[in-house]
Design a protein. Structure first.
Length: 442
């Protein structure tokens, strides 16, 4: 028997649904009033020739490159008053959303990484107190990530949006050319999006995805603007071969440098790490004319332990193997783009890092798996420039082919870079700054 056919159950369901609709309408009206009040306050500030106050809330150094040029462009503009607030991160305990049902926050190294920015410390460890952000009187606020589930109440989007315009630049490169939008959808939770004033889209695909998602959810209070991705503004700096941030073991010696970035979660069936790990490591240990750099996602080891895919002892042994190797590096540094540009090719799977790497123009070997929950679509957009492999023999032969200087897809990649990436004149950081400035002075 279907419970929906029982009269009192159906009646209760309809009542709950009606209440949900009323709550959604009320939230929408509250947001409208809050934005009207904010706009009124900004007009008063403009009349008084006050500066535009912008606060950047930072918890993850590894993705600061997504906002860095926005911060710098505002800092160098006398119309702005910029502040940075550093906060710890909530670690996931377990493998699902329930793993965030706690109040344990740990620093990801923000104190050291951002020390030259002279930041405000947003969490008092001794008192276990969070900053009252409203006392800084911000006009606009940027958070690095869009996950309310990871934030304390004081910094959740619906609280910040009551007194400041919340702006968002994605911390990851938008997944272009996927078979599904599973990851893009998962990384843009609606409970965060609906409180935004501005969403800065990286390209047309990102723009259409977000505008459609907002429309489906009945949200019309967010300005979606195609801005490009600030992370790509410093391309010329990242290309410098003399950068102190380049950490390949071969250094300037002749070696074919291979970057390896497998996906961190295994429940989507697209992580190739466990399929190829032993063969990849054995290959590089036995071929010293190659140089391997393994860059795991910050959540990789945590997730693999939680899911039982690896034990802590196995991870210690893996790290030791890299440590004693003459031609293999485990890269867990905050900055990674200089190492990307110093490499010769990438081995990867479904990862937003692919967007970053494709822009280098270097070859990408894509380890494809059938029946995965989320995968790149073959021969769509920039995936036409990938070397697709499905087993070790194909992977090994492709690595050797590229080392021998045979790269038949090089011209294809160069053409796709021009087609698939949007970069406004002057850079995305300046473009976003000007959008904020235009909003303030309108």
């Amino acid at each position: 028997m279907k419970y929906s056919k029982i009269p009192f159950v159906r009646k209760l369901y309809n009542k709950i649904k009606a209440q949900d609709s009323k709550i959604d309408l009320l939230e929408h009206e509250i947001m409208q009033v809050a934005k009207e009040n904010l706009n009124l306050r900004l007009r008063v500030k403009k009349f008084n020739n006050e500066k535009i106050k912008v606060v950047f809330i930072c918890n993850r150094p590894t993705v600061w490159s997504s906002l860095n040029t926005v911060y710098e462009s505002m800092k160098n503009d006398n119309d702005f008053d910029i502040k940075m607030v550093i906060v710890p991160s909530k670690k996931q305990i377990g493998t699902d959303a329930a793993g965030y049902n706690h109040n344990v926050f740990e620093s990801e190294g923000v104190e050291e990484y951002f020390k030259n920015y002279k930041p405000i410390v947003g969490y008092d460890v001794d008192k276990k107190e969070w900053i009252n952000l409203q006392r800084l009187n911000p006009d606009y606020v940027f958070l690095q990530q869009p996950y309310n589930i990871k934030l304390p109440d004081e910094l959740k989007s619906w609280n910040i949006s009551k007194y400041a315009k919340l702006c968002y630049v994605a911390y990851y490169a938008f997944f272009q050319n996927n078979e599904t939008n599973f990851i893009n959808d998962d990384c843009t939770p609606i409970d965060y999006l609906k409180n935004l004033s501005f969403y800065f889209a990286q390209n047309d695909e990102d723009y259409h995805f977000i505008t459609n998602k907002l429309k489906i959810n009945g949200i019309n209070t967010v300005d979606v603007i195609k801005s490009g991705f600030p992370r790509y503004d410093n391309e010329n700096i990242n290309k410098r071969s003399d950068s102190d941030l380049i950490t390949w073991k071969s250094g300037c010696k002749p070696a074919f440098k291979v970057l390896w970035t497998p996906r961190w979660c295994t429940n989507e069936n697209n992580c190739h790490f466990f399929d190829y790990k032993d063969k990849i490591l054995n290959f590089f240990e036995n071929n010293v004319e190659y140089d391997l750099m393994f860059r795991p996602h910050p959540q990789a080891f945590i997730n693999w332990i939680a899911t039982g895919m690896m034990s802590e002892a196995e991870i210690r042994n893996l790290k030791k193997r890299f440590e004693i190797s003459l031609n293999m590096t485990l890269d867990e540094e905050f900055e990674y783009l200089p190492n990307f540009y110093a490499s010769d090719c990438l081995i990867t799977d479904t990862s937003s890092i692919v967007d970053d790497y494709f822009l280098t123009g270097k070859p990408i070997i894509y380890c494809h798996k059938e029946n995965s929950l989320n995968s790149f679509a073959k021969n769509k957009g920039y995936t036409k420039g990938f070397y697709w492999v499905e087993n070790w023999n194909e992977l090994e032969s492709t690595i050797k082919m590229l080392k021998n200087g045979n790269d038949p897809l090089k011209k294809v990649r160069q053409e796709l870079i021009q087609k698939c990436y949007y970069r406004p004149d002057g850079g995305s950081g300046v473009f976003i700054k000007n959008c904020i400035k235009e909003d303030f002075y309108k």
